[in-house]
Design a protein around this ligand. Structure first.
Ligand code: NAD
Ligand code: DAU
Length: 337
């Protein structure tokens, strides 16, 4: 039995990864460590039963004693770190939590990996560490030029990870994923926000002129890339994970509205995000050389995602209250009615 500590496993990508791993490897066990912040959601893990193959522990990755106790008690051999504050707009409002969790929390996990002699740590990072890329594709050797507090905290965590590899030979690998879409993503992010607003005939807030480009990848493809890096990635290296889809915000909103049969007049242009990165685009040759390729086109990924929100209103209607409405009012100056 191989036991993984999956941090942030109650969030969007983490919960999809837990299901991916438990489905793919019958001899693997997973311990989820998650603080259950506003973005953590036990509904994402509701179909899993506590037992020898799956345990859930509520706690903070910055709690070194807890992390080391879990590693010892459960015979953990590897850590996969999804735990983070993840939303760029929230990092602009309040960067402190990002530095605490994304930077200091990652350091605690690296220290546990080193002290407990684990076989591996996979640190989940982001294409945002490269900063805005007007032309061409970012390779893993490019300079890190993060521009938002979120991106800077993710870049800081990466630098500590690489320093641990250089200094202590800690077996850590880093993945840099593109904008991920799929089931169970908190509806502050563009795709679930636009979809759930469109389902309620509410405006889709588009920042600036809507020309910012992102590479949208389906969550299952992102999880497959992380799985490959977990097993075959070279310690001390970073791996880009992107699908090669370049889609701007207006095209994204149009695809969602068309799929749901809603009018384009729901697009509402609002104030731009300060320091908005206008384009990310990844060179994925390094991961492809290990045998990975995305399975879903942009339209397949988007349609599967939007259909999931259409068919699972119970999941997102519970979220769109309380804290969510407070955040929405602060960010957009209004509430979705
Ligand atoms: P998410 O916001 O949906 O979930 C984050 C999870 O981490 C939540 O369950 C939350 O409760 C947990 N968490 C937060 N602080 C914690 C702490 N101190 N201790 C323990 N748990 C804590 O995030 P996501 O979108 O699934 O992203 C997961 C990871 O992937 C993050 O590291 C993010 O930077 C990275 N990433 C995300 C994307 C994307 O498009 N969503 C793309 C590339 C990389
Ligand atoms: O690129 C990977 C990153 O993708 C991850 O590391 C982050 O955790 C994740 O949040 C995501 O960051 P983005 O800022 O790119 O994603 P978001 O969904 O917030 O925005 C996508 C694009 O849509 C971006 O250009 C901003 C724009 N947007 C977003 C929102 C929320 C709008 O125009 N209106 C909005 O209301």
């Amino acid at each position: 039995m191989h036991t993984l500590l999956v941090t942030g496993g109650a969030g969007f990508i983490g919960s999809n990864f837990v299901h991916y791993v438990l489905g793919k490897y019958p001899d693997y066990a997973v311990v989820v460590l998650d603080k259950l912040t506003y973005a953590g959601n036990l509904d994402n893990l509701r179909d899993l039963t506590e037992g020898p193959r799956y345990r859930f522990v509520r706690g903070d990755i910055a709690d070194a004693a807890l992390v080391e106790r879990l590693v010892g008690e459960h015979g953990v051999r590897a850590i996969v770190n999804f735990a983070a504050e993840t939303h760029v707009d929230r990092s602009i409002m309040d960067p402190g939590a990002f530095i605490q969790t994304d930077v200091y929390g990652t350091h605690v996990l690296l220290e546990a990996t080193r002290k407990c002699g684990l076989d591996r740590m996979v640190h989940i990072s982001t294409d945002e560490v490269y900063g805005s890329v007007p032309t061409g594709l970012s390779t893993e050797e490019d300079k890190l030029e993060p521009r938002s507090p979120y991106a800077a905290s993710k870049a800081g965590a990466e630098l500590i990870a690489f320093a641990y590899h250089t200094t202590y030979a800690t077996p850590v690998v880093v993945t840099r994923g593109a904008n991920t879409i799929g089931p169970c993503q908190y509806p502050e992010k563009a795709v679930p926000l636009f979809t759930t607003n469109a389902l309620d005939d509410q405006p889709l807030p588009i920042y600036g002129t809507g020309t910012a480009v992102r590479d949208y990848i389906y969550v299952e493809d992102h999880c497959a890339g992380i799985d490959l890096v977990l097993h075959q990635g070279e310690p001390g290296r970073a791996y880009n994970i992107g699908a090669g889809n370049e889609v701007n915000t207006v095209e994204l909103a149009a695809a969602i509205l068309d799929f749901l049969g809603k009018p384009h007049s729901l697009m509402r242009f609002v104030a731009d995000r300060p320091g908005h990165d206008m384009r990310y685009a990844l060179d994925t040759a390094r991961l492809r050389a290990l045998g990975w390729a995305p399975r879903y086109s942009f339209h397949e990924a988007m349609e599967k995602t939007v259909a999931w929100y259409r068919d699972n209103e119970w999941w997102w209607r519970r979220i769109k209250s309380g804290e969510y409405l407070e955040y929405y009012r602060k960010q957009y100056g209004r509430q979705p009615t």
